[in-house]
Design a protein around this ligand. Sequence first.
Ligand SMILES: [Zn+2]
Length: 171
Amino acid sequence: MSPPPETRPRRHLLGEEARQEHDLRWMSLALAEAAAAGAEGEVPVGAVLVVGGEVAGVGRNATRAVADPSAHAELLALRAAAAKAGDWRVGGTLYVTLEPCAMCAGALVLGRVRCVVFGARDPKAGMVVSLGGLLTDPRLNHRCAVREGVLAEEASALLSRFFRERRPGSR
Ligand SMILES: [Zn+2]
């Protein structure tokens, strides 16, 4: 039996192998941002927003440094991309090492980000799959495609090490 004919235009399809390669490439960059945040004493989370195959914005958690509870990696990457484009409709694909929280998921919907790829799940604050599904809620006027688990072990290891080193009596 011959395979069924393609029902969608070819140009919209990225082969699985190529997609995995893109995911790894951009998530590695997000992971480097996360590591830099950790070195600065921040909870190590990093994000990269890619639009048209190019980096449109990067961010790393900076809540302590700027004393701002909204200074999450995703928001900083989103703001940078919007400012650069002069357009709040950012679109593109956001790579982030940790599952976005409610605030960030809300902002990603508002910014019309098309796809969100995250590494590790956040069972305590994640609002993509763990505590809710804000990015894929059919009641909202925009939804994001979601992929997860890219370099998840590396992202988790960064976080575990960060919190272990900060536990009283650990050194
Ligand atoms: Zn957040």
